[in-house]
Design a protein around this ligand. Structure first.
Ligand SMILES: CC(C)(COP(=O)(O)OP(=O)(O)OC[C@H]1O[C@@H](n2cnc3c(N)ncnc32)[C@H](O)[C@@H]1OP(=O)(O)O)[C@@H](O)C(=O)NCCC(=O)NCCS
Length: 207
């Protein structure tokens, strides 16, 4: 395989990318994990690509679409950081290093734009994706829950500035534990509020 990674252009249509997402995320649907990627339409995808760099991996030998990944440079009160999302690899060529190649390119883009760290999330039960994040140097950072999905999300962070690996590991561990406690007390896996949270909101007169 001769993989080339480039920014999406007219050679790849939104329809082709949508098909790739549906094929790549079929394994997640089979696991009962409803990623939003499984339900993308070409219009959704084009809308979601706003403010993102959309990378595409193609096999130069066959011309086939091999994978895709998005990166967004965010400037907010936390500074400049990168949000990595929407990685999908064609099912027949998973675990061949294409995801990691796309990742290297996303990190180059994030660094070139002055990002101090990158954030990425995935489903708690998506074992291959969790393993992939760990292999690619991400640390488990937080737990979250969204109403658009039916699972708890693991949030991963990778620092791009010089740092002590030991301190980073310790910091992420403590951050994750506090975040997981807070998230589970407030939200169910499907993003709805827990009974505990509902009681709290009632007492506060919010609900
Ligand atoms: C998860 C995904 C993006 C990984 O991309 P990839 O190109 O297949 O992975 P790479 O070849 O770059 O990396 C391989 C590493 O990822 C992990 N991994 C990938 N597939 C795995 C599997 N089926 N089981 C266990 N670990 C797996 C391992 O750490 C593996 O390293 P190893 O082979 O030395 O054990 C890809 O499999 C995919 O598209 N999955 C479905 C959609 C998805 O989950 N997207 C990510 C959502 S955030």
């Amino acid at each position: 395989m001769n993989i080339e990674i480039h920014q999406k252009d007219d050679r790849t249509s939104w329809e082709e990318l949508t098909k790739l997402f549906h094929e790549a995320f079929q394994e997640r649907l089979d696991q009962g994990l409803h990623f939003t990627c499984s339900y993308f339409t070409p219009e959704d995808l084009e809308r979601r690509s706003a403010n993102n760099v959309v990378l595409v991996a193609t096999d130069q030998d066959t011309g086939a679409l091999a994978g895709t990944a998005f990166v967004e440079i965010v400037n907010d009160e936390k500074g400049t950081w990168g949000y990595l999302s929407n990685m999908a690899i064609s099912p027949k060529i998973k675990r061949c290093g294409i995801g990691s190649k796309l990742e290297q390119r996303r990190i180059e883009i994030a660094k070139a734009n002055g990002c101090k760290y990158v954030i990425s999330d995935t489903a708690k039960g998506a074992d291959s994706s969790v393993a992939w994040h760990k292999k690619n140097g991400f640390k488990l950072y937080a737990l979250d829950s969204f109403s658009s999905t039916n699972y708890y999300s693991y949030v991963f962070r990778k620092l791009l500035v010089p740092h002590s690996s030991l301190w980073d590991s310790l910091y992420c561990r403590v951050h994750y534990l506090l975040s997981a406690l807070r998230c589970r007390m407030r939200f169910r896996a499907d993003g709805k509020t827990t009974k505990l949270m509902n009681c709290y909101l009632k007492i506060r007169g919010v609900k």
